[in-house]
Design a protein around this ligand. Structure first.
Ligand code: COA
Length: 320
Protein backbone atom coordinates (compact mmCIF):
# COMPACT_ATOMS: atom_id res chain seq x y z
CA UNK A 1 0.00 0.00 0.00
CA UNK A 2 1.31 3.44 -0.91
CA UNK A 3 2.12 5.53 2.12
CA UNK A 4 2.02 9.30 2.14
CA UNK A 5 3.07 12.01 4.49
CA UNK A 6 0.48 14.55 5.55
CA UNK A 7 0.72 17.84 7.46
CA UNK A 8 -1.43 17.50 10.59
CA UNK A 9 -0.43 20.69 12.41
CA UNK A 10 1.11 24.07 11.62
CA UNK A 11 2.56 26.79 13.85
CA UNK A 12 4.47 30.03 13.61
CA UNK A 13 6.13 32.71 15.68
CA UNK A 14 7.10 36.32 15.07
CA UNK A 15 9.29 38.24 17.56
CA UNK A 16 7.56 41.04 19.49
CA UNK A 17 9.55 43.98 18.14
CA UNK A 18 8.17 45.49 14.92
CA UNK A 19 10.32 47.68 12.67
CA UNK A 20 8.14 49.75 10.32
CA UNK A 21 9.13 51.43 7.06
CA UNK A 22 8.81 54.75 8.91
CA UNK A 23 11.38 53.53 11.46
CA UNK A 24 13.72 52.71 8.54
CA UNK A 25 13.32 56.24 7.17
CA UNK A 26 15.24 57.48 10.21
CA UNK A 27 18.01 54.88 9.70
CA UNK A 28 18.82 55.05 5.95
CA UNK A 29 17.94 57.20 2.92
CA UNK A 30 14.65 55.48 2.03
CA UNK A 31 10.89 56.05 2.20
CA UNK A 32 7.80 54.10 3.12
CA UNK A 33 6.50 54.85 -0.38
CA UNK A 34 9.64 53.41 -2.12
CA UNK A 35 9.62 50.25 0.00
CA UNK A 36 5.89 49.58 -0.43
CA UNK A 37 5.89 50.27 -4.18
CA UNK A 38 8.99 48.16 -4.96
CA UNK A 39 8.45 45.31 -2.49
CA UNK A 40 4.98 45.41 -0.86
CA UNK A 41 6.62 45.31 2.58
CA UNK A 42 5.11 47.49 5.35
CA UNK A 43 6.94 46.13 8.39
CA UNK A 44 9.20 43.33 9.65
CA UNK A 45 9.75 41.70 13.05
CA UNK A 46 13.16 41.80 14.75
CA UNK A 47 14.38 39.26 17.34
CA UNK A 48 15.39 40.56 20.78
CA UNK A 49 19.15 40.63 21.45
CA UNK A 50 19.01 37.51 23.66
CA UNK A 51 16.76 35.48 21.35
CA UNK A 52 18.24 32.70 19.22
CA UNK A 53 17.03 30.98 16.06
CA UNK A 54 16.25 27.87 18.13
CA UNK A 55 14.12 30.02 20.51
CA UNK A 56 12.00 31.19 17.57
CA UNK A 57 11.88 27.63 16.23
CA UNK A 58 10.79 26.39 19.65
CA UNK A 59 7.77 28.75 19.79
CA UNK A 60 6.64 27.81 16.27
CA UNK A 61 7.19 24.10 17.00
CA UNK A 62 5.12 24.19 20.20
CA UNK A 63 2.24 25.74 18.23
CA UNK A 64 2.52 23.12 15.48
CA UNK A 65 2.73 20.23 17.95
CA UNK A 66 -0.34 21.56 19.84
CA UNK A 67 -2.26 21.98 16.58
CA UNK A 68 -1.33 18.41 15.57
CA UNK A 69 -2.69 17.10 18.89
CA UNK A 70 0.42 15.03 19.59
CA UNK A 71 3.12 15.19 22.28
CA UNK A 72 6.70 16.33 21.67
CA UNK A 73 7.77 12.78 22.59
CA UNK A 74 5.87 11.50 19.51
CA UNK A 75 8.30 13.40 17.22
CA UNK A 76 10.90 11.04 15.71
CA UNK A 77 12.62 13.39 13.24
CA UNK A 78 13.58 17.08 13.58
CA UNK A 79 14.68 19.08 10.54
CA UNK A 80 15.39 22.81 10.79
CA UNK A 81 15.88 24.91 7.67
CA UNK A 82 18.01 27.93 8.52
CA UNK A 83 20.75 30.18 7.17
CA UNK A 84 21.19 31.90 10.53
CA UNK A 85 21.93 28.99 12.91
CA UNK A 86 22.50 29.51 16.63
CA UNK A 87 26.19 28.60 16.20
CA UNK A 88 28.66 26.89 13.81
CA UNK A 89 27.77 23.59 15.43
CA UNK A 90 25.87 21.70 16.80
CA UNK A 91 22.94 22.12 14.44
CA UNK A 92 20.00 24.28 15.44
CA UNK A 93 17.86 21.13 15.05
CA UNK A 94 19.82 19.41 17.86
CA UNK A 95 19.45 22.48 20.10
CA UNK A 96 15.71 22.61 19.30
CA UNK A 97 15.33 18.89 19.97
CA UNK A 98 16.83 19.40 23.44
CA UNK A 99 14.58 22.41 24.14
CA UNK A 100 11.59 20.22 23.27
CA UNK A 101 12.77 17.74 25.90
CA UNK A 102 13.22 14.85 23.47
CA UNK A 103 16.24 12.80 22.39
CA UNK A 104 17.30 9.80 20.33
CA UNK A 105 15.75 10.37 16.92
CA UNK A 106 17.63 12.09 14.05
CA UNK A 107 17.91 15.90 14.05
CA UNK A 108 19.71 17.98 11.44
CA UNK A 109 19.71 21.33 9.66
CA UNK A 110 19.10 21.98 5.98
CA UNK A 111 20.84 24.93 4.34
CA UNK A 112 19.13 26.10 1.15
CA UNK A 113 18.58 29.75 2.19
CA UNK A 114 15.10 30.96 1.13
CA UNK A 115 14.25 27.55 -0.40
CA UNK A 116 15.21 25.92 2.90
CA UNK A 117 11.71 25.00 4.03
CA UNK A 118 10.86 23.45 0.64
CA UNK A 119 14.09 21.41 0.78
CA UNK A 120 13.45 20.40 4.42
CA UNK A 121 9.82 19.39 3.82
CA UNK A 122 10.77 17.37 0.70
CA UNK A 123 13.46 15.60 2.77
CA UNK A 124 11.08 14.87 5.65
CA UNK A 125 8.50 13.58 3.17
CA UNK A 126 11.00 10.91 2.03
CA UNK A 127 11.62 9.82 5.64
CA UNK A 128 7.91 9.64 6.42
CA UNK A 129 6.49 8.07 3.25
CA UNK A 130 9.21 5.40 3.33
CA UNK A 131 8.31 4.47 6.90
CA UNK A 132 11.63 5.64 8.43
CA UNK A 133 9.78 8.26 10.52
CA UNK A 134 6.26 8.43 11.84
CA UNK A 135 6.00 12.06 12.99
CA UNK A 136 8.46 14.61 11.60
CA UNK A 137 8.84 18.17 12.84
CA UNK A 138 9.91 20.47 10.00
CA UNK A 139 10.83 24.05 10.87
CA UNK A 140 12.00 27.15 9.03
CA UNK A 141 13.55 29.63 11.44
CA UNK A 142 15.66 32.72 10.79
CA UNK A 143 17.15 35.76 12.43
CA UNK A 144 18.03 37.58 9.19
CA UNK A 145 18.45 40.87 11.08
CA UNK A 146 21.86 39.64 12.35
CA UNK A 147 23.34 39.22 8.85
CA UNK A 148 22.06 42.54 7.48
CA UNK A 149 24.15 45.66 7.03
CA UNK A 150 21.76 48.21 8.56
CA UNK A 151 23.54 51.00 6.60
CA UNK A 152 22.76 49.35 3.22
CA UNK A 153 19.36 50.57 2.06
CA UNK A 154 19.31 48.16 -0.88
CA UNK A 155 19.09 45.13 1.45
CA UNK A 156 18.10 46.24 4.97
CA UNK A 157 14.52 47.12 4.01
CA UNK A 158 13.83 43.63 2.65
CA UNK A 159 14.39 41.13 5.47
CA UNK A 160 12.90 40.16 8.83
CA UNK A 161 12.95 37.48 11.54
CA UNK A 162 10.48 34.67 12.30
CA UNK A 163 9.77 30.96 12.37
CA UNK A 164 7.20 28.52 11.03
CA UNK A 165 6.77 24.80 11.65
CA UNK A 166 4.73 21.79 10.56
CA UNK A 167 4.20 18.27 11.87
CA UNK A 168 4.27 15.69 9.10
CA UNK A 169 2.79 12.28 9.80
CA UNK A 170 2.43 8.99 7.95
CA UNK A 171 -0.98 8.37 6.40
CA UNK A 172 -2.64 6.23 3.76
CA UNK A 173 -4.32 9.37 2.45
CA UNK A 174 -2.34 12.13 0.67
CA UNK A 175 -0.74 14.40 1.78
CA UNK A 176 2.26 15.45 -0.16
CA UNK A 177 1.82 14.40 -3.79
CA UNK A 178 5.17 15.48 -5.22
CA UNK A 179 8.25 17.57 -4.55
CA UNK A 180 10.66 19.05 -7.08
CA UNK A 181 14.03 20.46 -5.97
CA UNK A 182 16.64 22.26 -8.07
CA UNK A 183 19.90 24.18 -7.73
CA UNK A 184 22.34 26.02 -9.99
CA UNK A 185 25.55 26.84 -8.13
CA UNK A 186 26.89 28.98 -10.97
CA UNK A 187 24.81 31.77 -9.38
CA UNK A 188 26.47 31.37 -5.97
CA UNK A 189 27.82 34.94 -5.93
CA UNK A 190 24.61 36.69 -7.01
CA UNK A 191 22.98 36.35 -3.58
CA UNK A 192 25.26 35.55 -0.64
CA UNK A 193 26.66 36.38 2.79
CA UNK A 194 30.26 35.75 1.77
CA UNK A 195 32.12 35.38 5.08
CA UNK A 196 34.08 32.48 6.51
CA UNK A 197 36.01 31.77 9.70
CA UNK A 198 39.79 31.16 9.55
CA UNK A 199 41.67 30.35 12.75
CA UNK A 200 39.23 32.34 14.85
CA UNK A 201 39.20 35.33 12.47
CA UNK A 202 36.34 36.23 10.16
CA UNK A 203 37.23 36.73 6.50
CA UNK A 204 34.93 38.36 3.94
CA UNK A 205 31.60 40.12 4.49
CA UNK A 206 29.09 38.60 6.92
CA UNK A 207 26.17 40.60 5.44
CA UNK A 208 23.61 39.72 2.77
CA UNK A 209 24.81 41.01 -0.61
CA UNK A 210 22.87 40.64 -3.84
CA UNK A 211 22.27 41.76 -7.39
CA UNK A 212 18.60 42.62 -6.85
CA UNK A 213 17.53 42.78 -10.51
CA UNK A 214 19.18 39.44 -11.42
CA UNK A 215 17.56 37.77 -8.41
CA UNK A 216 14.16 39.20 -9.31
CA UNK A 217 14.20 37.94 -12.93
CA UNK A 218 15.61 34.54 -12.02
CA UNK A 219 13.03 34.10 -9.24
CA UNK A 220 10.00 34.73 -11.46
CA UNK A 221 11.36 32.39 -14.18
CA UNK A 222 12.19 29.40 -11.98
CA UNK A 223 9.17 29.70 -9.70
CA UNK A 224 6.86 29.52 -12.69
CA UNK A 225 8.82 26.50 -13.98
CA UNK A 226 8.79 24.73 -10.59
CA UNK A 227 5.02 25.09 -10.16
CA UNK A 228 4.37 24.04 -13.78
CA UNK A 229 6.57 20.98 -13.18
CA UNK A 230 4.47 20.08 -10.12
CA UNK A 231 1.22 20.46 -12.08
CA UNK A 232 2.50 18.28 -14.95
CA UNK A 233 3.71 15.57 -12.55
CA UNK A 234 0.19 15.32 -11.09
CA UNK A 235 -1.80 15.81 -14.30
CA UNK A 236 -3.32 19.00 -12.94
CA UNK A 237 -4.07 22.41 -14.48
CA UNK A 238 -3.37 25.72 -12.75
CA UNK A 239 -7.16 26.10 -12.41
CA UNK A 240 -7.15 23.01 -10.12
CA UNK A 241 -4.96 24.80 -7.57
CA UNK A 242 -6.86 26.15 -4.57
CA UNK A 243 -3.92 27.92 -2.88
CA UNK A 244 -0.48 29.06 -3.97
CA UNK A 245 1.82 29.59 -0.98
CA UNK A 246 4.88 31.34 -2.37
CA UNK A 247 8.16 32.32 -0.75
CA UNK A 248 7.51 35.81 0.60
CA UNK A 249 10.36 37.95 -0.79
CA UNK A 250 8.63 40.69 -2.77
CA UNK A 251 4.97 41.14 -3.69
CA UNK A 252 6.00 41.90 -7.28
CA UNK A 253 7.77 38.51 -7.58
CA UNK A 254 4.68 36.84 -6.07
CA UNK A 255 2.16 38.51 -8.38
CA UNK A 256 4.33 38.15 -11.52
CA UNK A 257 4.71 34.41 -10.87
CA UNK A 258 1.00 33.93 -10.22
CA UNK A 259 0.13 35.87 -13.37
CA UNK A 260 2.48 33.75 -15.53
CA UNK A 261 0.85 30.63 -14.07
CA UNK A 262 -2.68 31.96 -14.57
CA UNK A 263 -3.47 31.67 -10.86
CA UNK A 264 -5.78 34.51 -9.70
CA UNK A 265 -4.67 36.79 -6.86
CA UNK A 266 -7.48 35.55 -4.55
CA UNK A 267 -5.81 32.13 -4.50
CA UNK A 268 -2.37 33.46 -3.54
CA UNK A 269 -1.41 33.70 0.14
CA UNK A 270 0.69 36.83 0.66
CA UNK A 271 2.07 37.77 4.08
CA UNK A 272 5.18 39.67 2.95
CA UNK A 273 3.62 43.03 3.93
CA UNK A 274 3.62 42.03 7.60
CA UNK A 275 7.02 40.36 7.98
CA UNK A 276 9.20 41.02 4.92
CA UNK A 277 11.48 38.27 3.66
CA UNK A 278 12.07 35.82 6.52
CA UNK A 279 14.03 33.42 4.27
CA UNK A 280 13.37 29.77 5.25
CA UNK A 281 10.56 30.83 7.62
CA UNK A 282 8.45 32.59 5.01
CA UNK A 283 6.56 29.64 3.47
CA UNK A 284 5.56 28.00 6.79
CA UNK A 285 4.59 31.44 8.19
CA UNK A 286 2.23 32.02 5.24
CA UNK A 287 0.94 28.44 5.39
CA UNK A 288 0.16 28.72 9.11
CA UNK A 289 -1.72 31.98 8.59
CA UNK A 290 -3.89 30.51 5.81
CA UNK A 291 -4.59 27.35 7.84
CA UNK A 292 -5.49 29.25 11.03
CA UNK A 293 -7.74 31.81 9.33
CA UNK A 294 -9.66 28.97 7.69
CA UNK A 295 -8.74 29.65 4.07
CA UNK A 296 -7.17 26.22 3.53
CA UNK A 297 -9.81 23.50 3.74
CA UNK A 298 -9.74 19.72 3.66
CA UNK A 299 -9.09 18.09 0.24
CA UNK A 300 -7.90 21.32 -1.40
CA UNK A 301 -4.83 21.39 -3.67
CA UNK A 302 -2.03 23.54 -2.24
CA UNK A 303 1.29 24.39 -3.92
CA UNK A 304 4.29 25.63 -1.95
CA UNK A 305 7.21 27.21 -3.83
CA UNK A 306 10.52 28.79 -2.94
CA UNK A 307 13.70 30.25 -4.40
CA UNK A 308 16.87 31.45 -2.73
CA UNK A 309 20.63 31.79 -2.61
CA UNK A 310 22.63 29.11 -4.34
CA UNK A 311 20.54 29.50 -6.44
CA UNK A 312 18.14 26.90 -5.09
CA UNK A 313 14.48 26.52 -5.92
CA UNK A 314 11.63 24.06 -5.77
CA UNK A 315 7.95 23.27 -5.29
CA UNK A 316 5.76 20.91 -3.30
CA UNK A 317 2.21 19.99 -4.29
CA UNK A 318 -0.09 18.60 -1.65
CA UNK A 319 -3.68 17.73 -0.99
CA UNK A 320 -4.79 19.17 2.35
N1 COA B 1 15.08 53.20 -0.74
C1 COA B 1 15.12 54.10 -1.73
N2 COA B 1 15.79 53.90 -2.86
C2 COA B 1 16.42 52.72 -3.02
C3 COA B 1 16.40 51.73 -2.03
C4 COA B 1 15.69 52.01 -0.86
N3 COA B 1 15.61 51.12 0.16
N4 COA B 1 17.12 50.68 -2.47
C5 COA B 1 17.55 50.98 -3.70
N5 COA B 1 17.14 52.23 -4.03
C6 COA B 1 17.38 52.97 -5.25
C7 COA B 1 18.53 52.44 -6.06
O1 COA B 1 19.74 53.00 -5.57
C8 COA B 1 18.20 52.93 -7.46
O2 COA B 1 18.59 54.26 -7.55
P1 COA B 1 19.25 54.85 -8.92
O3 COA B 1 18.17 54.65 -9.94
O4 COA B 1 19.50 56.26 -8.57
O5 COA B 1 20.44 54.00 -9.14
C9 COA B 1 16.67 52.92 -7.49
O6 COA B 1 16.25 52.82 -6.11
C10 COA B 1 16.06 51.79 -8.28
O7 COA B 1 16.73 50.60 -7.94
P2 COA B 1 16.38 49.26 -8.65
O8 COA B 1 17.38 48.25 -8.21
O9 COA B 1 16.19 49.49 -10.11
O10 COA B 1 14.94 48.93 -8.04
P3 COA B 1 14.05 47.70 -8.34
O11 COA B 1 12.73 48.16 -8.81
O12 COA B 1 14.76 46.66 -9.14
O13 COA B 1 13.84 47.08 -6.87
C11 COA B 1 14.61 45.41 -5.37
C12 COA B 1 14.95 46.68 -6.12
C13 COA B 1 15.80 45.01 -4.51
C14 COA B 1 13.40 45.69 -4.48
C15 COA B 1 14.24 44.31 -6.38
O14 COA B 1 15.26 44.22 -7.36
C16 COA B 1 14.06 42.97 -5.73
O15 COA B 1 13.16 42.76 -4.96
N6 COA B 1 14.90 41.99 -6.07
C17 COA B 1 14.84 40.67 -5.50
C18 COA B 1 15.46 40.69 -4.14
C19 COA B 1 15.10 39.47 -3.35
O16 COA B 1 13.96 39.12 -3.29
N7 COA B 1 16.09 38.83 -2.75
C20 COA B 1 15.90 37.67 -1.98
C21 COA B 1 15.43 36.56 -2.83
S1 COA B 1 15.21 35.10 -1.95
Amino acid sequence: MTMYSRIIGTGSYLPEKVLSNLDLESMVDTSDEWIQTRTGIKQRHIAAPGQTTSDLAMEASRNAIDAAGIRASDIDLVIVATTTPDMIFPSTACILQNKLGIAGSPAFDVQAVCSGFIYALATADMFVNSGKSRNALVVGSEICSRIIDWNDRSTCVLFGDGAGAVVLTQDQKPGILSSHLHADGSYNQVLSAPASIHSGEMQGTPFITMEGGTVFKFAVKVLEEAVSEALRANNLQSSDIDWLIPHQANIRIITSTAKKLGIPEEKVVATVAQHGNTSAASVPLALDQAVRDGRIQSDQYVVLEGVGGGFTWGSILLRW
